[in-house]
Design a protein around this ligand. Structure first.
Ligand code: HAM
Length: 451
């Protein structure tokens, strides 16, 4: 009877364990980075930060948690309603996991605006969180290189940032034919909208619709434009035709009659300056809207030209009013964000991802565990020469140890047994090139590993 009870108990416990089984999968739409994947992230971050530093930008960072009001105030209602992770903390405070870095950098600048010497050039590579439908190129978590300049009113700021964005992509191995730099100006749309409607909600809906134009068929897009105008219009369809025609404009000069002279000149001169600097891929695109409400002037976006990865790689613009929410005086600001996901996809579709090995230069493999201490002594000497090395302390056979080091993409291995210990002569094998170096002294080993 007792043993039956025990068996029942054991069975129940096993069932409980089954029920409690926690998934090893990461949360939907976010990534785990195993060491081999993280190597690429680190490499990518290095390309980004070295481009930023080349232009004199300084690195900053901040917590991913912010008061929700920061986003409610400026990111755009759509972002807050649909795309953020919000929570109420134990102190009843509404907190948001940052979906973008711009409000954070604006808050940090606002907090010390008087003390910070201008212009302010800052960059960061934060992890961002957006409640999106995960799909190719769009995840719920991504890293985004952000570069922003504060205190410059002229288009020198836009030019500098666009050049830096291009320099970053160049660092990664892309050339200017691999991407297009689309440029528009929010003020152009302000002038155009004025000619068609004064209703703020129609303007808002039209902007959102134009932002989604690329994702819609021509028919659906036109139908939705008509519907948006329908709610208020009297004198259509001529106006709708005219509106749709504007959306087909390829050359900014065709819009001269619609736009105020200043915005027209500014946008035209930005594109011309970029072209003169050799950015023949910089083009005017009237349909470029950018999702965020805080942009006030020039907006720009880099798109991959490869049809397999025709996505936005980098987006930004001028946002001169963002400090208003902190009741601060205006400070001119321009910045961009460049995502890691599209950047890596871009390199993958072109087959130009670099080969990245482990940073461990050598695996020291004691032939038996009794040589582990000798291996430690050898490793200590290598480390004092700044050579990254690891020791396989296990009691596996040498062949298994070699295989394991090879799988982890360590470049060299060296076996250590009685012979090496007594003669102090060592054999190095390069697992990438299959080269063998024999009868080496310690300093010869160190020299090869340092080369
Ligand atoms: P954004 O256009 O939302 O701009 O994002 C910039 C870039 O981040 C995109 O071009 C894309 O490469 C990447 N990205 C955005 N969302 C995702 C996602 N869900 N998954 C993967 N990659 C993504 C901003 O965030 C602005 N705050 C940029 C800025 C900085 N403007 C001024 N300063």
């Amino acid at each position: 009877m007792n043993s039956e009870n025990n068996q029942d108990n054991r069975g129940n416990k096993n069932k409980q364990k089954e029920n409690m089984k926690v998934s090893t999968q990461p949360y939907k739409g976010v990534r785990d980075f195993y060491p081999k994947d993280w190597r690429f992230q680190k490499w990518l971050f290095w390309q980004m930060s070295s481009a930023a530093e080349l232009f004199g930008y300084e690195n900053y960072t901040a917590s991913p948690l912010e008061y929700s009001e920061l986003y409610i105030a400026k990111s755009g209602q759509e972002i807050v309603d649909n795309e953020t992770y919000n929570l109420i903390d134990r102190g009843d405070r509404s907190v948001t996991l940052r979906p973008e870095m711009t409000p954070t950098v604006a808050r940090m600048i606002a907090a010390q605006v008087r003390e910070l010497p201008k212009p302010i050039r800052w960059y960061s590579i934060p992890n961002l969180f957006r409640y999106e439908k995960p799909q190719r190129g769009r995840l719920r978590e991504h890293y985004q290189f952000n570069a922003d300049i504060f205190g410059i009113e002229g288009i020198e700021a836009e030019i500098e940032l666009i050049e830096m964005g291009a320099a970053t992509l160049k660092n990664m191995g892309l050339s200017i034919s691999d991407f297009e730099i689309k440029i528009n100006n929010r003020k152009i749309w302000k002038s155009i909208f004025k000619k068609f409607t004064t209703n703020p909600s129609t303007i808002y809906n039209l902007s959102k619709l134009i932002d989604k134009k690329k994702k819609l068929s021509k028919e659906d897009f036109e139908k939705l434009i008509i519907e948006t105008f329908d709610s208020e219009a009297t004198e259509y369809p001529e106006k709708i035709d005219e509106f749709l025609q504007i959306l087909e404009t390829k050359d900014i000069s065709e819009l001269a009659d619609y736009i105020d002279t200043e915005s027209y000149e500014k946008t035209k001169s930005l594109i011309e300056s970029l072209q003169e600097k050799g950015f023949t891929n910089a083009i005017f695109d009237i349909t470029l809207m950018r999702g965020f409400d805080y942009y006030t002037d020039i907006v720009f976006e880099f798109f991959d030209t490869n049809p397999e990865n025709n996505r936005s790689m980098c987006g930004g613009g001028r946002y001169d009013d963002l400090l208003d929410i902190f009741a601060m005086d205006k400070i001119p600001a321009v910045g961009f964000g460049m995502g890691d996901v599209t950047a890596l996809d871009s390199l993958k579709v072109r087959g130009i991802l670099p080969e990245l090995k482990s940073k461990t230069k050598i695996a020291i493999l004691p032939v038996e565990t009794s040589f582990n201490v000798d291996a430690e002594k050898f490793a200590t000497k290598l480390r004092s020469e700044n050579i990254n090395c690891e020791i396989d302390f296990s009691d596996r056979k040498l062949a298994k140890k070699i295989l394991s080091a090879e799988n982890r993409e360590v470049t060299f291995f060296m076996a250590l047994g009685e012979d090496e210990k007594t003669k102090q002569k060592y054999t190095l094998k390069n697992m990438v090139t299959s080269e063998k170096f024999e009868e080496l002294s310690f300093s010869e080993v160190a020299k090869i590993l340092k080369d």
